[in-house]
Design a binder for this molecule. Structure first.
Ligand code: 13P
Length: 255
């Protein structure tokens, strides 16, 4: 089954709006017309509006890094799905390990966000992944299974079409330690088998499963060449146009 590759830049808490627009313009100038790879950039909330204007008329999509499950109300500091939709945001990263570790997000809370995103026509990018201690204890697949099953609870087959799952081993994020292609492929294939059980064969075969964790132009081709690795969720290497666009190039070349 052919699945178009997807490269998502997660800028995390980096770039003022001014700096963000410089980077977005560079990215749009280099890959803005590419339709053979799905490209999504996820700047901080403060840069979404400006980024949205720059990306108008290009093929590059806009994503948010987080979202609250409620649509409005007394949730100081939070941002909702309708607010994102109004800025032409199409994707939203949910359950990133940094949100789980530093902001106490549970699988149940992430699940509420996933359901709200889908209801509001935002495509969730559900992040899962084990810590080093969990990997060393042989618990990788069990941890990932719980995160995928709980994160997708209540998602109906008919609405799950655009679902994206990102496998990000916590020990590989920002550390320079990348999972080997075989390690990543094993978990990706496992995630796809879970999606088959949860959402059926057709949805599972169409779903993109991204790898994240120290992915760079130098290691991208091998990872992207694996059967169940459909793209990348990129942190550090997405902060510079050159490396981000090189990753898109690698995704376009991967079979
Ligand atoms: P790095 O690419 O910096 O390791 O970050 C990965 C990540 O967390 C993307 O969401």
């Amino acid at each position: 089954m052919y699945r178009q590759k997807m490269i998502v830049g997660n800028w995390k808490m980096n770039k003022t709006t001014a700096d963000a627009l410089v980077l977005i313009r560079d990215i749009a100038a280099t890959v803005g017309k590419r339709t053979d790879v799905d490209v999504v950039v996820c700047p901080p909330f403060t840069a979404l509006e400006g980024a949205s204007r720059v990306l108008e008329g290009t093929a590059v999509k806009l994503g948010a890094q987080n979202m609250h499950p409620e649509l409005n109300g007394a949730f100081t500091g939070e941002v909702s799905a309708p607010m994102l939709r109004e800025l032409f945001v199409t994707h939203v990263i949910l359950g990133h390990s940094e949100r789980r570790a530093y902001f106490g997000e549970t699988d149940a809370f992430v699940n509420q966000k996933v359901l709200t995103a889908i209801k509001n026509q935002l495509r969730p990018i559900l992040c899962v992944g084990e810590t080093l201690a969990e990997r060393e204890a042989g618990a990788t697949l069990r941890v990932v299974q719980t995160q995928v099953e709980r994160g997708l609870e209540g998602v109906g087959r008919e609405t799950a079409g655009g679902i994206v799952v990102a496998y990000e081993p916590v020990w590989a994020i920002g550390t320079g330690k990348v999972a080997t292609a075989a390690q990543a492929q094993e978990v990706h294939a496992f995630i796809r088998s879970l999606l088959v059980k949860l959402l059926g064969e057709a949805v599972a075969q169409r779903a993109r499963i991204l790898y994240g964790g120290s992915m760079k132009p130098a290691n991208a081709a091998e990872l992207l060449g694996q059967g169940d690795i459909d793209g990348g969720l990129i942190g550090g290497a997405s902060l510079e146009a050159r490396s981000f666009c090189d990753l898109i190039q690698a995704a376009g070349a991967a079979k």
